[in-house]
Design a protein around this ligand. Sequence first.
Ligand SMILES: NC(=O)c1ccc[n+]([C@@H]2O[C@H](COP(=O)([O-])OP(=O)(O)OC[C@H]3O[C@@H](n4cnc5c(N)ncnc54)[C@H](O)[C@@H]3O)[C@@H](O)[C@H]2O)c1
Ligand SMILES: [Zn+2]
Length: 388
Amino acid sequence: MGNETVAVDLGTKKHSYKIEIGHETLSACGVWAAKNLPENTKKIAIISNGKIFRLYGEKVQSSLEASGYEVCVWLMKDGEKYKNLRSLESALKFFSENNLSRTDAVVALGGGVVGDLAGFAAAVFQRGIAFLQVPTTFLAMIDSSVGGKTAVNSEFGKNLIGAFHQPNGVLIDVSTLKTLPKRELIAGFCEAVKQGAIADEKLFNKTAEFLRDFSLSEFKSLYGNEKFVSSLQKLIAAQVGFKAEIVQQDEQESSERDDGKSRKILNFGHTLGHALEKVTDYKYFKHGEAVGYGILFASELSKTLDIFDENELNLLNDVMHRVGELPKTDNIDLDEVIKAFKYDKKTIGKSLQWILLEGIGKPKITTDENIPNSAILKTLKKVLHSRN
Ligand SMILES: NC(=O)c1ccc[n+]([C@@H]2O[C@H](COP(=O)([O-])OP(=O)(O)OC[C@H]3O[C@@H](n4cnc5c(N)ncnc54)[C@H](O)[C@@H]3O)[C@@H](O)[C@H]2O)c1
Ligand SMILES: [Zn+2]
């Protein structure tokens, strides 16, 4: 169906699924759903938001109906702040009012917010029903739609109420990125650079070359170029392949592991990323943009600690530069950032986890006791206050 297929093999058939990556494939999503859902599925609840549904909803709905499904649609409000327990309850109420049964399914059509909420609703409704991911942001395509983490935010913190619930399939139609705002694209590419940096030189170079050959500012106008469409699909397939590889051997992010293949390495750039989001009340940065600073910081810190080579640092900084401009950080109060580190949910026991780099593709998980405060402060100043 797509031009590229990535298999996520989690051992049992129930847990394994395929990610199809193609161009203009939404209108065939009914056939795809039928291939991936159990034969006795009759009803499908689409979860999306108004903006995305106006753009792509009809295509998806009519294709599912043409394949014989009875479809109902629940639209959540747009935004991270609606990824909460109240929306979850409304979604579950909607499933119930529409008499969804254990053999029915949920389709998440949207970015990571829709995907996380829809996935969690599917995970808990009648103790778990099938769900399909149709991601429409670059971040959701390469990151959040793959791996089975689902969650909502609450007063206890972000993503702290959730479940592991693997989708039955993921359909990536790259043409949906034509309508994605540029800042969202940049934020998603920051996560792509993150994955490249911790994966290996191959994924890092593939990401760097894509950003060299194609400008994110001209994204929409490039779709007429076959090479662009095929490179985009290949890049997404490679990114997703890496995430799948990590998830396959550490599906539930085992807390004891701290080796270079632990699922925790996906948090590269996220210790500072989360702190920046927190000190700006989640209003100033897109998540991926904050992670962009996190990448610059963690790699600079690795260099300061003499474990990361200067040439590789320059290479990584160049690639981040190609991604595009990030919001200015000169006004961020560094003391507040340091305070925020303490609240990071990755804190295990009393120590804060840092993912550093010993080279491209060589992440190293360490705790803050191993890093002098002076190195952290000096690097924060350099990355947040001298760069802009
Ligand atoms: N489950 C995981 O493993 C995982 C991993 C990373 C991030 N996340 C979560 O993902 C969320 C962020 O996801 P996101 O970056 O996709 O943000 P998002 O879902 O908020 O989408 C960003 C914006 O783009 C709009 N949009 C989506 N697709 C569009 C399209 N094709 N055209 C035009 N507009 C479109 C959305 O309506 C929204 O306004 C966070 O809640 C984060 O916690 C989860
Ligand atoms: Zn992230």
